[in-house]
Write a protein that binds this ligand. Sequence first.
Ligand code: TRP
Ligand code: SF4
Length: 341
Amino acid sequence: MYDIEILPKNHCIVSGMRTTGRLHLGNYHGALKNWIKLQSDNRCFFFAADWHALTTDYEHPDKISTNTSEIILDWLGAGLDPRQATLFIQSHVPEHAEFFLLLSMLTPLSWLERVPTYKELKQKLKEKHLATHGFLGYPVLQSADILLYKANGVPVGEDQISHIELTREIARHFNHLYAKGEQTPVLPEPRPLLTKSSKMPGLDGQKMSKSYHNTIELREDPKSVEHKLKTMPTDPARVRRSDPGEPEKCPVWRFHQVYSNSEVQEWVQVGCRTAGIGCIECKRPVIDAVLAEQAPIRAKAQEYQENPREVRALLKQGAEAAREVAQKTLKEVKQCMGLSE
Ligand code: TRP
Ligand code: SF4
């Protein structure tokens, strides 16, 4: 699989996040930090996918707009820089929708029914009535998001690989149907830039994920962070302070692997196995490290939060910059498909 480290510079990078809630530390370590790394050397388009949020939350859209604002603050707080990357909200660039419509014409139903996330989510979210056209079409909209900017690379997690594969198939199909024999394909096939699976554990040791209720939000209140970490489970063998434990069986150790240097890690390994340290003691460096990581992010986000006009302006600029590229591609696509201006 393609590794984010070997990407040549000056590529066009596109990625989005569904606006289904505030970001947590798993999203930060898994995705956002990579985006931040990519922004200085590439032409990056990053957007808040509010239409994609609607595909599953259309019955309760009340929170989508708040979630969108929160995610934008998460991004800015964490260090996505609107002067380097183009940041925008998907629904502010209507070209995504028009392109989605056009790609829908040539995408076989069977390709969509085969997508693993479709089958899985439809099963998992049964109560949500997801037998909709929009939900089936989710990856076509995602393809439109990507192909609209002729992206070379799409930083995503493992779960999104099938969507990028589909995007590549749609691009190939489009080029074959409408642009045969062109020197350079009208729609280049993007590569997935697989984000190395985040080592960020949840509070219970499983992967950190909203659906497991084991998250710490990126900008969570410090008191709440401290409380969550202080009460998180440890190796159950350590009933009493004098009982030795095994870090491998403890979710706190997984946090040390993300946050602690080798010296502290050694202190945990030895101290735990010999009952030389207590669990409260052991958690202290983790608590301090998480709080230290979050403090500047929270502060920077706060500044933006106090300047909503600035945020609105930068999103407007982002959408305008995105539309410029999007309109160019769409014009080409419409020509290919026999539509007049
Ligand atoms: N489907 C992606 C997710 O759930 C979000 C997304 C929407 C996206 N459009 C995209 C990711 C385009 C990359 C490129 O995470
Ligand atoms: Fe976990 Fe640390 Fe307690 Fe060992 S000492 S069980 S690693 S919290």
